[in-house]
Write a protein that binds this ligand. Structure first.
Ligand code: F3S
Length: 391
């Protein structure tokens, strides 16, 4: 990979250990994927924030980086953590976890990473079309590429942090126009109707497509929230980081292989996400974190109803959306629900707060919860989730 003189100096350690290690990560990655140089990025979004998922070794590394003077060179933000400190009554009760989680957030902040603690940084600041980013968190990446038309590879936590410190990323993958061409046409024969069905479609396609770039035919006017669920699910079962919601969007000039998706495919994908018929301990809405419109929808559905005493009803959204949707937050809380920020069902400790059976309208959460949280899952529409919570 070609480096400028300035980049070479960083590589050799002339700007200190922290930047040297960051540059070495980027060069290693660039060499691996045959990038030819580094390109400037507009922003970085770092994952690996929850103490539950990264543990003690990461704390030691972050301490060393901070000690060595590491500072982000571009606007950089952080994914959800394991705890919402404004809802400690809902969270794991171990002070040790609280202390270590706070330490991680503090270390990120010292490196200039804004602890917005959400997987929906685009609701706070929407990147421009065509800008290059280095974002981690697969749902955030696929949304950025496919809905916002920004350009980012699917970074891991370390490479996104390295890119934040250098302000650049290697130009490979979907940073190159030739890799942004659709290479498979997906004909949807049964139009998905709500977020859960879009999620089921994503789960089904991720399993088939792996890292291909699909263009869709037959999605009738999907909104951004539905595309968010489609992308998050597709990036959970597969490695796709870009899709085109309509067949008229840019795609390869060559004849594309076509895949048809039937009503049965959606039903099977949906059923594969439920592991039990038992009653849920928790109903979870907000993976990826809710938009303002989703908050409104939940609030309108639940207005005037009462959530059962024996069920937790969590709606997760960023602090930013929570503040904007204050009146809806009050409606959800009046019904007995909690609007949680800074974390989510997957990256917090669910078992430890007594959740054995999780019901959700998020295909991504339903897919990950049995392994990441060791819970049973029930995957259902928002209406079914609210009915189950209130019956
Ligand atoms: Fe976001 Fe957590 Fe889902 S980070 S995408 S709400 S698993």
């Amino acid at each position: 990979m070609h480096l400028t003189k300035e980049e070479e100096k960083i590589y050799e350690g002339e700007e200190g250990w922290a930047y040297q290690i960051a540059m070495r990560i980027l060069v290693k990655l660039g060499d691996l994927f045959k990038a030819d140089w580094l390109i400037p990025i507009d922003s970085a979004h770092v994952s690996g924030v929850s103490y539950k998922t990264i543990g003690d070794a990461a704390i030691e590394l972050f301490e060393a980086l901070v000690e060595a003077g590491a500072k982000s060179k571009v606007r950089s933000t952080a994914n959800p953590a394991g705890i919402d400190y404004n809802h400690l009554e809902e969270m794991i009760k171990l002070p040790e976890m609280h202390r270590k989680q706070a330490k991680i957030i503090n270390l990120y902040e010292k490196m200039g990473i804004d602890p917005i603690l959400t997987c929906t940084p685009y609701y706070i600041s929407r990147p421009k079309e065509g800008v290059h980013l280095a974002w981690a968190e697969s749902s955030t990446v696929i949304y950025a590429n496919s809905v916002l038309h920004s350009w980012t590879n699917r970074e891991g936590g370390p490479s996104a942090l390295a890119a934040a410190l250098i302000g650049k990323t290697p130009n490979y993958g979907v940073h190159k126009p030739e890799n942004r061409q659709a290479n498979v046409l997906v004909r949807v024969e049964s139009d998905p109707k709500d977020e859960a069905e879009f999620g089921a479609l994503g789960i089904h396609l991720g399993r088939i497509l792996k890292d291909e770039v699909p263009a869709f035919e037959g999605l009738l006017h999907p909104n951004e929230d539905q595309l968010k669920h489609l992308g998050a699910a597709m990036a959970s079962t597969g490695m796709t980081s870009l899709f085109y919601p309509c067949a008229s969007c840019p795609k390869s000039s060559s004849r594309l292989e076509t895949i048809s998706v039937t009503a049965d495919d959606l039903k099977n994908a949906s059923e594969s996400l439920s592991t039990t018929n038992e009653a849920p301990d928790m109903i979870y809405i907000g993976c990826p974190h809710c938009s303002f419109k989703e908050m409104k929808k939940v609030a309108q559905r639940i207005k005037g109803r009462k959530i059962r005493e024996d069920v937790k009803f969590w709606v997760c959204a960023s602090r930013y959306v929570r503040e904007k949707a204050e009146s809806y937050v009050r409606m959800i809380e009046a019904a007995g629900g909690k609007v949680i920020s800074d974390t989510c069902a997957v990256v917090t400790w669910l078992k430890e707060i007594g959740v054995d059976v999780l019901m959700t309208n998020s295909a991504k959460t339903a897919y990950y919860a049995p392994t990441m949280n060791k819970t049973e899952t029930i995957f259902a529409s928002l209406d079914e989730c609210i009915e189950a919570a209130c019956q």
